[in-house]
Design a protein around this ligand. Structure first.
Ligand code: NDP
Length: 442
């Protein structure tokens, strides 16, 4: 047995119900054996035992009143996982499926993702099992006030800086920031993804999707290719998916299909992003409405958008949405690249199938790190009381994604990992965090 496999065994015994957390830790632990198993100092300081256990998990009741005057109760969480590199940083997810295992997996991933950006950011994640779908603006406001009334005690510009995620967009961040500002009595960059009028950064809205496409572009460039003429399938139609699709089309690709949790659209002429935006922003409408504006398109509630033949697949909706059968279909249809916009959208066995069939696979913690990186740029602007232009932020984002690609490639070369970007990203992210944790004692 090795240190990493012992750790995995311990986690399976200790947290048998936490499937998502176990998947995420398994992927990381299996990749870092190469650098973690042969360092006795790590074991002496129980480095991995400390790395897989969050610094703390806050869970709290969120009671708010709906439009009928009825009080509703949700559960709120913040998993402050690791602050070795900097203050806790990670988004807030509002979705009925939210539970402790999902937030632990997301917080764990966030540690390595934030490390990959090269910025001084620790890892965290939070959220609630509140379902924003079909809620009025007033109900969203009341939920956000109630949620922040508890969370504000545990956050701050130098301690923990939450941001958006599924279900938490600019509107929700605005309502939460307004509450934070009142209760904490300060106007500091304690949340990112804020409105542009009160400390937000240009490009933050677009950053995760744009960053995903920039990293994909680096990979294509490295292989003497480009996005021009490529066919893409992008799952989801939220923040990440919309801006990934927009950037991919700007760079010469054609997005043939997109989805939401009710169904998916196929548009042989290329999905019209402005139509999707009108449906989804800010009211989270249904993609079935797409056909009203583009009658030639198809809307499906059966099957999967991964059946649409494409060169590049970008899963941008949620975790565990791309299964082994989907991966088999993608391979059969000739997919060349799969790059994850969402966090852990691809099942482990599907990743394995793609990689062993020559598909270039970019894992979420590298491919979607443009979002948190731009949150880092927002924090820099807030601290300096300044405001960067769109071009300034976009250039910084492109340059950061290019550096991420080069550093993962160098790590792969150093450890003879070939095109295994999963292992390269995990090792690269881990090495920096491990160094910081060892330097800071126990
Ligand atoms: P949004 O809420 O804006 O969009 C999520 C999209 O995915 C919606 O289209 C939603 O459909 C769909 N979706 C959600 N759950 C499911 C499901 N169970 N099955 C099918 N479709 C589903 O979220 P984001 O775009 O912000 O986030 C998407 C992913 O990207 C998440 O994994 C998130 O953690 C990750 N991410 C986000 C970042 C960001 O900056 N926003 C940064 C890094 C990662 P519907 O409208 O029907 O709910």
């Amino acid at each position: 047995m090795s240190y990493t496999s012992d750790m995995l065994k311990m986690l399976k015994k200790k947290y048998p119900q936490e499937n998502e957390f176990l998947s995420a830790t398994q992927e990381v632990l299996q990749s870092i054996g190469l650098v973690a198993d042969h360092n006795p100092a790590f074991q002496k300081r129980a480095l991995l035992e400390r790395l897989v256990e969050p610094d703390r998990i806050l869970s709290f009741r969120v009671s708010w009143q709906n439009d009928n005057g009825q009080t509703e109760v949700n559960k709120g969480y913040r998993v402050q996982f690791n602050n070795a590199l900097g203050p806790y940083k990670g988004g807030l997810r509002l979705h009925p499926t939210v539970n402790q295992s999902i937030l632990k997996f997301l917080g764990f991933e966030q540690i390595f993702k934030n490390s990959l950006t090269g910025l001084a950011l620790g890892g965290a994640k939070g959220g609630s099992d509140f379902d924003p779908k079909y809620k009025s603006d007033n109900e969203i406001l009341h939920f956000c006030i109630a949620f922040m009334t508890e969370l504000y005690k545990h956050m701050g510009a130098d301690t923990d800086i939450p941001a958006g995620d599924i279900g938490t967009g600019t509107r929700e961040i605005g309502y939460m920031y307004g509450t934070y500002k009142k209760l904490a009595g300060v106007h500091t960059g304690a949340l990112t993804g804020k409105g542009l009028e009160f400390g937000g950064s240009l490009v933050r809205t677009e950053a995760t999707g744009y960053g995903l496409v920039y990293l994909t572009q680096e990979l294509l460039k490295d292989n003497g290719d480009s996005l021009h003429g490529k066919k893409l399938v992008v799952s989801g139609s939220g923040n990440v998916a919309i801006y990934a699709a927009q950037k991919a089309q700007e760079l010469g690709g054609t997005v043939l299909a997109m989805s939401d949790s009710f169904g998916w659209i196929f548009d042989k002429d290329g999905v019209k992003i402005d139509v999707v935006k009108k449906i989804k922003e800010p009211n989270r409408g249904r993609l079935s409405e797409y056909k009203d504006s583009v009658p030639s398109a198809e809307y499906h509630t059966k099957g999967s958008l991964w059946e649409v033949p494409c060169d590049i697949a970008l899963p941008c909706a949620t975790q565990h949405e791309l299964t082994l059968p989907h991966a088999k279909t993608l391979v059969k249809n000739g997919v060349k690249i799969v790059a994850e916009g969402a966090n852990m959208p691809t099942f482990g066995e599907a990743v394995h199938h793609l990689q062993t069939n020559g598909v270039l696979f970019l894992p979420g913690k590298a491919a979607n790190c443009g979002g948190v990186a731009t949150s880092g740029f927002e924090m820099m602007q807030n601290s300096a009381r300044t405001f960067w232009s769109f071009a300034q932020v976009d250039t910084a984002l492109q340059s950061l994604m290019s550096t991420v690609y080069q550093r993962i490639k160098q790590t792969n070369q150093k450890h003879s990992l070939g095109n295994n970007f999963v292992a390269g990203a995990n090792i690269l992210g881990f090495e920096k965090v491990a160094k910081a944790m060892m330097a800071q004692g126990i």
